[in-house]
Design a protein around this ligand. Structure first.
Ligand SMILES: *[C@@H]1O[C@H](CO)[C@@H](O)[C@H](O)[C@H]1NC(C)=O
Ligand SMILES: *[C@@H]1O[C@H](CO)[C@@H](O)[C@H](O)[C@H]1NC(C)=O
Length: 461
């Protein structure tokens, strides 16, 4: 196997991705209104870090600084975060008036003086409020009271004053709200006073849109794009999103574990791949009660004993959302920034002891583009990786593609070329699989064929 320096660079680039924050939203109480205690928070934070098929879910977003059921005692989640090395997106509840907000600020100041840098080093941000502008808007009428933009701006300034001169003085202040409030110009003073923007978006609840799971990803990213456009270049964090595993159908949105899996792949995996800070809603929401809809990845019961309701792994590099499995001649392969293709080779027993050579062939340009078996719609290159054994099955899905290493790279795919990718001892009597991913924006369709050779081939020498 030969690696050029460029391949190594590209492989390194892939492995340094996923540096953004990943976490869950954690309420202060269970469904029966019992407060979560230190051990409850520790149990949840530790469990989030060991979800099968994932890594790095090590951050917790809180809604309040106050232990549930008390007036201004520091929430026990702070000590739990210190004990479990969990980073914190703090929240101050901002929809219950100035006296209540004073209690939030006092609990924040008390936590700084009580725990010092053991606490403040874990803080990745502070959210002043949660969906307050949504609740006060025409859209949110009828729910809990909200808070208008002027009062929120005053609260943001109060928090800046409270942390000034403390070990939390450099903390970045944000606000969490639904995406609709950020595109509403009446709220722009709030945006002006923030360091980052926290966006909540749930296509499931967008009942006036075609909101079936097939549109879930587009609705989400449309909301995200609109928020990015409205918030003046400030970083946008996704502070809540998810798809319910059970509950009522809302317009075309059907809750189910299967649909939540699709949403996870289309939205969560993409955000992770794009390095967007993300707090998913939610790890578990059915403890001591049955909320409807329920968004929990895990069902009720002992968190450490129950399994997630769906597969939480992301496809290799997360962009391979729709791989095709090419088993022999005469199949159409598609490559684009969101599509990859898996090629499976059956290595026969007589090839034992021989050398197998993997190469990608491009025929000379065909005179008539319309009937050409290869169409390059946007130029670019390819990255070829070996992928795990599961990928050789006929009913391959994106979730069982596990890359086991890059074997070759073509920076720019051009007509009339043979790209020799790798040579290795033949794995006789085995099926081996390779994934081709698009690089540098390549968008290309081709018909795998032998005369003239076009596509990925394994030759024996
Ligand atoms: C726009 O924001 C203002 C201030 O928060 C609010 O009063 C109003 O209801 C919002 N408009 C809509 C259509 O939600
Ligand atoms: C959101 O913006 C990105 C980057 O500009 C774009 O590629 C994507 O298609 C947009 N998504 C939607 C649903 O508008």
């Amino acid at each position: 196997m030969r690696f050029t320096p460029s391949i190594v660079a590209s492989a390194a680039l892939l492995s340094t991705a996923n540096a953004a924050i990943k976490g869950f939203n954690y309420g202060a109480q269970f469904n029966n209104d019992a407060a979560k205690t230190l051990t409850d928070f520790e149990y949840e934070f530790n469990n989030a870090k060991t979800l099968p098929g994932t890594d790095g879910w090590t951050s917790a977003r809180l809604y309040t600084m106050i232990q549930h059921g008390t007036q201004s005692t520091i929430i026990e989640a702070i000590q739990a975060a210190i004990n479990t090395k969990t980073t914190l997106l703090l929240g101050l509840w901002a929809s219950a008036g100035q006296d209540s907000f004073n209690n939030e600020v006092n609990a924040l100041k008390a936590a700084i003086s009580q725990y010092g840098t053991a606490f403040t080093d874990l803080v990745v941000g502070i959210s002043v409020g949660s969906e307050d502008l949504y609740r006060i808007s025409a859209d949110g009428a009828g729910g809990n009271p909200g808070t208008g933009p002027d009062v929120l701006v005053s609260y943001i300034k109060q928090v800046r004053d409270a942390i000034a001169g403390t070990s939390l003085s450099s903390a970045k202040l944000g606000h969490v709200d639904t995406w609709q409030v950020y595109v509403n110009a009446s709220n722009s003073a709030v945006i002006d006073n923030l360091d980052w923007i926290g966006m909540d978006a749930y296509p499931y609840f967008q009942s006036s849109f075609a909101n079936g799971i097939g549109n879930g990803g587009d609705l989400f990213f449309d909301a995200y794009n609109q928020t990015v456009a409205a918030t003046k270049g400030k970083p946008v964090w996704v502070t809540e999103t998810g798809w319910p595993v059970s509950g009522e159908t809302v317009n075309q949105a059907v809750p189910s574990a299967d649909n939540a899996r699709i949403y996870w792949e289309d939205v969560t995996c993409k955000l992770v791949n794009d390095n967007v800070n993300l707090y998913y809603y939610t790890l578990q929401d059915v403890q001591w009660g049955n909320p409807s809809p329920s968004f929990g990845l895990k069902p009720g019961g002992d968190l450490a004993q129950v399994s997630p309701l769906f597969d939480l792994s992301c496809p290799a590099a997360a962009k391979n959302s729709d791989p095709f499995n090419i088993r022999s001649n005469g199949y159409v392969a598609r490559l684009s920034p969101t599509l990859s293709t898996v090629f499976v080779f059956d290595v026969r027993s007589e090839n034992r002891g021989k050398t197998c050579n993997l190469a990608f062939y491009m025929p000379p340009a065909f005179p008539w583009q319309d009937i050409s078996p290869v169409k390059i719609r946007s130029p670019g290159g390819i990255i070829v990786s070996s992928v795990g054994q599961q990928s050789t099955s006929a009913d391959i899905s994106a979730s069982n593609i596990v890359s086991t290493g890059v074997v070759g790279w073509v920076p720019s795919v051009q007509p009339a070329n043979q790209y020799n990718l790798a040579s290795f001892p033949c794995a006789a009597e085995q099926k081996v699989a390779y994934q081709i991913e698009s690089a540098g924006g390549l968008t290309m369709d081709f018909f795998q064929m032998t005369v003239p050779p076009l596509g990925l081939f394994m030759s024996v020498s």
